[in-house]
Design a binder for this molecule. Sequence first.
Ligand code: ZN
Ligand code: ZN
Length: 399
Amino acid sequence: MSQDLRSRVRDLAAANAPATLADRRHLHAHPELSFEEHETVAYVAGRLEEMGIPYRGVAGTGLVAEIEGGGPGPTLALRADMDALPIQEANDVAYRSTKPGIMHACGHDVHTASLLGAARILSGLKENLSGTVRLLFQPGEEKLPGGATLMIRDGALKDPAPAAIFGQHVHPPLPAGTVGFRPGIYMASTDELFLTVRGRGGHGAMPHQAVDPIVITAQIITALQQLVSRESDPTLPVVLTFGKIESEGGATNVIPNAVRLEGTLRTLDEAWRKELHQRLRRTAEGMAAALGGSAKLRVAHGYPFLKNDEPLTNWAQSAARDLLGDDKVVDLPIRMTGEDFAFYTHHVPACFYRLGVGSPSPVHTDTFDVDEACLQTGSALLAWLAMERLRQPAASSPE
Ligand code: ZN
Ligand code: ZN
């Protein structure tokens, strides 16, 4: 039975490959920025109508659709994000972005097309489906507060709560046809830091008449890095990076009044994340005060850490081996990048895995593109995970 279903999933993925490819190329050529995915969501709605799949609008420019199976059973969710980035595409391909300064440089066109592909496969196998597959087409992954928070607010994980949710993300270093998994904690929380250090400006040759915010800042940066190296549990990685520092005025011979810094804080533990916000503030303000200046820290809260449910992810990894072959499924290390799928993982058992796309360029660069063979793997695996999980007794009792 399972054997037979597996070949039907593969066959349907192959039969629908041209449609999925056309979807991806259309989406790639017509990218839209976060929370502005109006044409994208209209395109997705059009394809769902062709398949006869009912849907409702959520989260401004998002959709929730449901494929009801031939038999009763629990609900499972599959998620794709749909937004593009403010990057001018440098690729010279027929399907390159038609919108100046906007590009699908994070592969969300691949995610959306793969989910449409999975919907075609699942529609074709509806009679073999025991339960419901909910499709989440999500806006705004790249921008705070994260489209996932709006999807959740608008009930994407309710009535009923899905027994599990799966999502995938393109992964340039893995070849197309290959996927990667990491059970447990997988990605980091992401907070943005905005620090202002104030002193008192003056002549560069007369520092004793000024309070130099640049020297204060130098010491604050060093002190803050000790929160990572001396105060954080070394078994729970933390990253603190200041990527921007600029003075308010200043010159070779002018001490400025203030210095502004922007940075990012990444953790794998919610309690420690909150504690670090306090310690960052205490250290920066205390150090500045001790040196005669002042400091103010603003923290813009980003995404939480992403945790893959261990039993679900171990199961998904073996199901992927079943479909794709042992040599096409790899183990992945923890990453300190962030992803708003993390919000779902704090609500229901979740599995976020990587889809190999064999790209020499990393995501978020103007030369990023994919080996389009990845689309068949991406759609087949999503459909296979949903079908197979609905057949598991474990699926009906979410932990
Ligand atoms: Zn991205
Ligand atoms: Zn992304």
